[in-house]
Design a protein around this ligand. Structure first.
Ligand code: ADP
Ligand code: MG
Length: 451
């Protein structure tokens, strides 16, 4: 087996497990070689090796075998000179940046060097989350604990958490900052149980100065992990250590999470990242385009392309970024300028996928327009029929035309409960069959929104 084979296997894994998991687990392992049916890898910690072998081992062996290499076993050697996590470019010369280098090894996930505050573009939808993250990163007395960041996929939660970690470690290289996903937390916990090392586990987690747990919704429904999380959480809060948590929704909306944890999570500062708006998308595109220019110095960008992308591509920043990267790579390959036509051609799949998506914002706007209401009326607590009915229509359409969950829809309508949404959906369904005006309105709006 050659490095080419490994490259191909990596590609396959990237496709099947997604970019995040790939970055966290596959990228950090170094392929050494293959002999006698054993594929050997170097890893910086035993933890990574265990995880990869447990979760992706079969897949890796299958992928290797499809090249004709017979591999029965994977072997992970811990490299003594543990590779430090990648560093942000600007911190290169200064300090050891990774908490993993402190005396006791912290079992965190590597930090992404690009996820710094410098690279984070601030706009209305994320300004609060950004300000809160900055405040925590500045250190000083712990004012809110935990900081709870939530929002949809690709809106910058992980980016902000890494940015906090980078800044804290830059200022104080000795600070024990532990960043990990809830999934990794669970894995550590399960390992500790299995190897009867709960004391080590507890000591480790209680010895950090700052704990960051990403995507905490993952532990919903996993009772003993939640239990341990709760104790870790309390122990750190008692010691006045900062905790930063992220999730894809508000604490109260995470089903399968114990009440005591929900209320604990709500004790600090809860801020959400709203879906990006046009201005923020444009800002992000401009900043990312500047970065691309460094990669592809020769490639020119026609006027209007970024505006086009900001208009047409969904709110997920990851998708936006991917589109831009693809455009630049393509333009450099064919030696042409990035033009509107090229964007339309080269991004047809992404544009098509974004096209079909109707957003709750659009629905609210269209419905408000249709009934001659102000946007605020749609979100306000007012119950007068004249606003309540259109609001129910909008909720009904949100359920019908988007893939958002009931709690998410409720939240977007001025922080209402999901039961209110259920009620609205039922009500409109009923009315449609008896009230032809409502039925007509709904159909008309649906057609306009889907057009
Ligand atoms: P989440 O964790 O919320 O799913 P990420 O933090 O992984 O999202 O962000 C997805 C991608 O979008 C990352 O590459 C990140 O750098 C980028 N991104 C998100 N928001 C911004 C922003 N405001 N400015 C610059 N890049 C951003
Ligand atoms: Mg994330």
């Amino acid at each position: 087996m050659t490095n080419d084979t490994w490259g191909r296997v990596q590609n396959e894994l990237l496709q099947s497990i997604g970019k995040d998991a790939f970055k966290n687990w596959i990228e950090p392992i170094d392929f050494i070689g293959c002999d006698g049916g054993v594929a050997r890898f170097k890893v910086s910690t035993g933890f990574i090796g265990n995880w990869v072998s447990r979760n992706y081992g079969d897949q890796i062996m299958r992928a290797l075998a499809s090249d004709g290499d017979k591999v029965d076993r994977l072997d992970f050697q811990i490299s003594t000179a543990a590779a430090p996590a990648s560093k942000p470019a600007k911190a290169n010369a200064t300090a050891p940046v990774s908490g993993q280098q402190n005396n006791t090894e912290l079992p965190g996930a590597p930090l992404d060097g690009r996820f710094t505050f410098e690279n984070f573009v601030v706009g209305k939808p994320n300004e609060l989350a950004h300000a809160a993250a900055r405040r925590v990163a500045e250190g000083g007395p712990v004012t809110f604990n935990p900081l709870f960041l939530y929002g949809g996929v690709g809106l910058g939660k992980t980016h902000l958490m890494h940015a906090i970690a980078w800044q804290i470690q830059e200022r104080d290289p000795q600070a024990r900052v532990l960043y990990l996903s809830a999934e990794q937390f669970m894995y550590r916990f399960v390992q500790a149980l299995r190897f009867k090392d709960m004391i080590g586990f507890k000591e480790l987690f209680r010895s950090v100065d700052i704990l960051m747990v990403d995507d905490v919704q993952f532990i919903a429904g996993k009772d003993s992990t939640q239990d341990e999380f709760f104790h870790t959480f309390n122990a750190l809060v008692d010691q006045n250590k900062q905790i930063i948590i992220s999730a894809d929704r508000a604490p109260g909306e995470i089903n399968g999470l114990e009440e005591r944890i929900k209320s604990r999570l709500q004790c600090g500062l809860v801020v959400d990242l709203h879906p990006t708006d046009y201005e923020l998308r444009l800002g992000i595109l401009q900043s990312k385009a500047e970065a691309q220019v460094k990669h592809y110095p020769g490639v020119l960008l026609s006027a209007g392309v970024l505006e086009f992308l900001a208009h047409r591509i969904s709110t997920n920043v990851r998708v936006l970024e991917g589109a831009l990267i693809r455009l630049y790579a393509f333009a450099s390959l064919v030696g042409r300028e990035v033009t509107l036509e090229m964007a339309q051609e080269c991004l047809a799949d992404i544009l098509r996928a974004s096209d079909r998506k109707v957003t709750i914002d659009e629905i609210i706007r269209k419905v408000a327009d249709h009934y001659n209401l102000r946007l605020n009326d749609m979100l306000s607590p007012r119950r007068a029929r004249a606003v309540a009915r259109p609001r129910q229509v909008a909720m009904f359409l949100s359920k019908a035309l988007t893939s958002k969950s009931l709690p998410e829809i409720g939240r977007r309508f001025g922080g209402r409960d999901h039961t209110t949404v259920i009620h609205a959906v039922k009500k409109i369904e009923e009315l449609k069959s008896v009230d032809s005006q409502i039925a007509e309105d709904v159909e008309l709006l649906r057609r306009m929104l889907e057009a």
